[in-house]
Write a protein that binds this ligand. Structure first.
Ligand SMILES: [Fe+2]
Length: 196
């Protein structure tokens, strides 16, 4: 099995080490996801070919984790402040980079217009929920009620993207676009997250 592995460190991420693994077939990819860390022939390199969907899913997993952690918090304390700060920074960096390097490019295709509009309007709804949270007393029950709405919206949005929009977009973008958009998205996302 030929495998390419990137190990990347960034102080702003929850995990200090990110591991991207690439295999040449879905079957190898499955093997890797189970055996990562134990595979003996991994080659570290600086850059590998990532497509836009893989890049977006990286952040989606973090968003799910942060949203779930947030709704489990109680009252105004360090845990809640931290969980909300992580989710907000992640959502904002991801939304902006995703709109610039995924949805806007998709809009040049007739079949990409409606899905892009829909996704961008959901980003806006999440932004509005975060604005409400910023204006509400963190210790109040209504803060948690809004945080739950945000978490539900995040989960709904990611599910729709992964199960529907990515499939539609996969038919519109060619392989080269999928890779070049990934590079631009990751660069922008990392810069925005570092500034948050
Ligand atoms: Fe999105």
């Amino acid at each position: 099995m030929k495998v390419v592995l990137i190990i990347k460190t960034a102080k702003n991420y929850e995990r200090n080490v990110w591991i991207y693994a690439y295999a040449t077939s879905p079957c190898e990819r499955q093997l890797l996801s189970r055996g990562l860390g134990y595979a003996p022939n991994l080659i570290p390199i600086e850059e590998a070919l990532v497509n836009i969907f893989e890049a977006l899913r990286e952040s989606h997993e973090r968003q799910r984790g942060y949203a779930e952690a947030l709704v489990k918090t109680h009252g105004e304390n360090k845990e809640r402040v931290e969980a909300y700060g992580q989710l907000k920074a992640e959502l904002q960096a991801h939304e902006t980079a995703e709109e610039r390097f995924f949805y806007i490019p998709l809009m040049q295709y007739d079949n990409g217009v409606d899905l892009s509009r829909h996704a961008i309007s959901e980003h806006h709804e999440m932004d509005e929920l975060m604005e409400t949270l910023d204006e509400t007393e963190m210790s109040s029950p209504s803060w948690l009620a809004t945080a739950k709405k945000l978490s539900e919206k995040v989960h709904h949005h990611l599910k729709e993207e992964e199960n529907k929009f990515f499939q539609m977009a996969g038919k519109l973008l060619d392989e080269q676009e999928k890779q070049s958009l990934a590079k631009e998205y990751v660069k922008e996302y990392e810069e925005l997250l570092a500034e948050a």
